[in-house]
Ligand binder design. Structure first.
Ligand code: NDP
Ligand code: OXD
Length: 312
């Protein structure tokens, strides 16, 4: 039996799609008439504190989110495999966001927007893509997809990950010792890291001050599409105001929704989106998790299982 527990999401419509995909396998919601001991899988998004209560026969936890940082902090998370969402559609959406914001900043969107408002005709030529280095933090599923889609546009690419990588056409850095050399050659910093104790607050003044200066007019740029816990917003505000950063694109925030009184709203060179970079699509989500359940029932191992020790 599969139990759905999705907070602030239309559970009933996901349940209907799972019932169709998995029939005759039973799919239930809390409030339905079922014995909790019969539940083998729970599909979660922002599970409440009592989400796992009574699920004595549970075999795996399925996470609608690709990022599992909040789930890892759940006070009653059972010691069972957690399968996270890995999906081509999700990767494509994230890369759409990354490519849009990288190209916008590379082509000096803030400057020309300001000039247009002032009816100011000043010819400043953006560098060619090959003269601009995009540094991707996190070379997992999303980082690798972003690199694949940025490469044909001609950008110079570098990456930073926990363990060393070899990706053609990308200068790869890894570990603590690789962080500073990675930053010092980066003009546009894209964050696609998971939020863990090691990566919390990584987008801070010290990091910004190491980025390459002099290549992009106005200063280096950050793009954060991963988690709000990666950024120190007071540092971003200060860096955007004093020119340490030329611009920032932020899809995620320390507190979501972003509070109405956040100074970020008012900053001209800060581009805010409300955590919409990449939504988990219902059609592909149901297909992916139904396949996981069917394969597991048939004795195959679970895939994309979170490593609890690493936290992602
Ligand atoms: P993956 O787990 O596939 O990749 C994580 C990458 O980060 C890996 O390359 C890993 O290194 C690297 N990494 C982890 N810890 C460190 C560290 N301490 N130092 C350096 N590198 C590190 O994750 P995904 O690509 O699937 O997703 C990334 C994040 O994107 C998610 O965790 C989620 O928070 C966010 N996200 C945001 C969405 C949005 O709409 N804004 C939508 C979906 C996801 P290594 O390869 O060596 O293990
Ligand atoms: C995710 C997200 O992690 O939507 O999937 O942020």
């Amino acid at each position: 039996m599969l139990l759905l527990h999705l907070t602030n999401i239309d559970e009933a419509s996901w349940a209907a799609s799972f019932r169709k995909a998995l029939a005759p396998y039973p799919v239930v919601l809390r409030g339905d008439d079922f014995d909790p001991a019969d539940v083998r899988y729970i599909f979660v998004w922002k599970p409440k504190a009592d989400a796992f209560e009574g699920l004595t026969g549970l075999e795996a936890i399925l996470s609608l989110g690709a990022g599992v940082d909040a789930l890892m902090q759940h006070p009653n998370l059972p010691d069972l495999p957690v399968v996270r969402f890995v999906d081509e559609d999700l990767s494509q959406r994230m890369s759409d966001y990354v490519v849009a914001h990288v190209t916008m900043h590379h082509r000096q969107y803030t400057r020309f927007q300001r000039d247009q408002k002032a009816r100011n005709w000043t010819q400043v030529y953006p560098p060619a893509a090959g003269e601009t280095t995009v540094g991707i933090m996190g070379m997992g599923v999303l980082g690798q997809d972003a690199v694949r889609r940025l490469k044909p546009l001609g950008f110079s690419l570098r990456s930073w990950s926990r363990t060393p990588k070899h990706v053609e056409g990308v200068e790869c850095f890894a570990g603590d010792e690789g962080f500073e050399p990675f930053l010092t050659g980066t003009d546009i910093l894209v964050n696609l890291l998971p939020l863990t104790p090691d990566t919390a607050g990584i987008l801070n003044t010290e990091t910004f001050s190491k980025l390459r200066r002099g290549s992009l007019e106005g200063g280096p740029v950050i793009i954060n599409a991963a988690r709000g816990g990666h950024q120190r917003e007071s540092d971003i505000v200060a860096a955007l105001k004093d020119g340490t950063l030329g611009a920032a694109s932020l899809d995620v925030f320390e507190v979501e929704p972003l509070p109405k009184d956040s100074p970020l709203w008012e900053i001209e060179n800060c581009y805010i989106t409300p955590h919409i970079a990449a939504i988990s699509n219902k059609k592909s989500g149901v297909r992916y998790f139904s396949r996981i359940i069917e394969d597991h029932r048939a004795g195959k191992p679970l895939i994309n299982v979170v490593d609890r020790a690493r936290g992602y």
